[in-house]
Design a binder for this molecule. Structure first.
Ligand SMILES: [Zn+2]
Length: 510
């Protein structure tokens, strides 16, 4: 049954590693952009937040008014031009949308640009300036959002994914849509409280199945059931690699008509997170490069299933630290490295042709912190364009476009090389290139937590290898400029400095 309510739906998302020199530009956001009717066609029924917005509005009998949506996942900072372009388009489409009853937006919460440490706050401020204070605006953010109190003050309610891997993105969109419709229909009076926690974790430790994070998430999930008047609660882990004064954990609670209740419950959960700060930092899970490759090789020889080597610090899918070591130290193992990002290597493989043996440089543009270029002798097994519909738990229904791609064999190892930077997080990354996971000894991944949804139950073990790359687990290696005082674990480093881990030469710890 139609309620006659008209709700605008849009999104503009990027998880920015501020320190990467490569900016995410207009053309990158354009590749992912969906607008107007195409937004509804492309995102309905998908595992995305917008898919959840659309499903929630439809279930509630409201009309979705599509704006523009672009999600560039994780990369370097957005260019200021890209930010301004998409901000302006959102504002223009809102102005052209006619009478609206509310707005649903998906923002990541860890975007940065060279000039803006809090672009989401800037966007919401511009939106409010145009829409006025009364039109309800509700926002879904990524679990890795570095939320600013300014953003929270500019929206009526905000919602975050409960899990990493982010298997509940669509459900998060549904939560936001249900809450907005409840407000619009007078069934609820959502009141938001946001409390920050001066704690940030390397992304690798934000897997929500790891205790005690799992217990803290469970507590946030139970809040609406156990405390009368609570509508929703979200726990945000923040993103350690976005350089912003708002870095770190936060708790958002939405209560029905009672802001003080929302504030009390958010403060209580924030205090519990702070109490567990040391236990949330699982430094014992991480190996240095030499040790990690040795451990993984030993385990792979004994195991009856593949071992996952996780080069988690790689942010651009072009790090060469682990691949170089595996080629030299484990040449007899069947190793596969999916989605190595190198358009020039794809082009060289394509020019050589299928069946050719070529001398190639992998990662000609790979930076020093990511291990630098790697020269290999490769056989070209396949070349072509790679486009397909995603089937994994986070990419179900999404069109994946990797551009020109190639499959290479280097000794017993295989590497798929792609022209569009994206992380391998599910079996599509292997099966699209004819690689059988079960036949491997070692799978080299560069995901942080998302791979766990698929590979944790399939793998014999997961060996996490830390390198000096921009996503390192050693946050003291990062050149922060906007970091506020007192953020744990960096404050601990300040009290007990490790001169050997600060500002030294770039080489992976053994
Ligand atoms: Zn995330």
């Amino acid at each position: 049954m139609s309620t006659g309510l008209r709700v605008a739906v849009g999104g503009f998302a990027l998880e920015s590693v501020s320190f990467l020199p490569q900016q995410t530009g207009v053309e990158d956001f354009e590749r992912e952009a969906r607008r107007g009717g195409d937004l509804i066609d492309a995102l309905s029924g998908t595992a995305s937040v917008a898919g959840g917005f659309l499903a929630g509005l439809e279930a509630g009998g409201a009309q979705a008014v599509p704006l523009v949506h672009s999600d560039c996942s994780a990369a370097g900072p957005a260019s200021d031009a890209a930010f301004e372009r998409f901000r302006d388009e959102l504002l223009q489409r809102l102005a052209d949308a006619g009478t609206l009853d509310g707005v649903l937006l998906f923002l990541h919460g860890a975007m940065t640009t060279p000039a803006r440490p809090d672009p989401e706050g800037d966007l919401l401020e511009a939106l409010r300036a145009q829409l006025g204070p009364d039109l309800p605006v509700m926002v879904a953010f990524d679990l890795h959002a570095n939320l600013s109190p300014r953003s929270a003050a500019l929206c009526d309610a905000l919602f975050g994914f409960h899990f990493s891997p982010h298997v509940d993105m669509a459900e998060t969109g549904m939560r936001a849509a249900r809450c907005l419709l409840a407000k619009l229909e007078g069934r609820a009076d959502p009141q938001l409280a946001l409390v920050k926690v001066p704690l940030v974790l390397p992304s690798i430790f934000t897997a929500t199945a790891l205790a005690p994070l799992s217990d803290l998430v469970a507590r946030s999930l139970a809040l609406p059931e156990e405390v009368p008047g609570i509508i929703d609660a979200s726990l945000f882990c923040g993103f350690a690699y976005a350089d912003t004064p708002d870095i770190g954990f936060s708790v958002a609670v939405v209560a029905d008509g009672d802001k003080a209740l929302a504030q009390r419950e958010a403060e209580s959960l924030a205090a519990e997170i702070w109490r567990h700060r040391a236990a949330l930092l699982h430094e014992d899970m991480v190996h240095g490069l030499s040790d990690g490759i040795a451990v993984a090789s030993r385990q792979a020889l004994r195991a009856d299933r593949p071992v996952v080597v996780l080069e988690h610090a790689d942010r651009l899918n072009n790090s060469t630290w682990c691949l170089r070591r595996l080629l030299s130290e484990a040449p007899a193992l069947a190793v596969h490295c999916p989605y190595f990002w190198d358009p020039a290597a794809v082009e060289a493989a394509g020019a050589a042709g299928v069946g050719a043996r070529v001398s190639l440089v992998l990662g000609r543009n790979t930076g020093e912190r990511a291990g630098g270029p790697l020269s290999v002798e490769a056989e070209v097994l396949w070349v072509g364009e790679k486009r397909f519909a995603g089937t994994g738990p986070m990419r179900r229904g999404r069109q994946i476009d990797l551009g020109p791609a190639a499959l290479l064999r280097i000794g017993r190892h295989t590497v798929s090389v792609v022209s569009v930077c994206t992380s391998a997080i599910d079996l599509d990354a292997l099966e699209q290139f004819g690689i059988d996971f079960a036949e491997l000894d070692v799978l080299l991944l560069r995901s942080k937590t998302h791979f766990r949804a698929v590979f944790e139950p399939l793998a014999a073990s997961i060996v996490i290898v830390d390198t000096p790359d921009w996503g390192t687990a050693d946050l003291s290696r990062l050149p922060y400029r906007h970091l506020p005082a007192g953020i744990y674990p960096l404050v601990r480093e300040a009290r007990a400095p490790h001169p050997d881990r600060r500002g030294g030469p770039i080489h992976p710890s053994a």
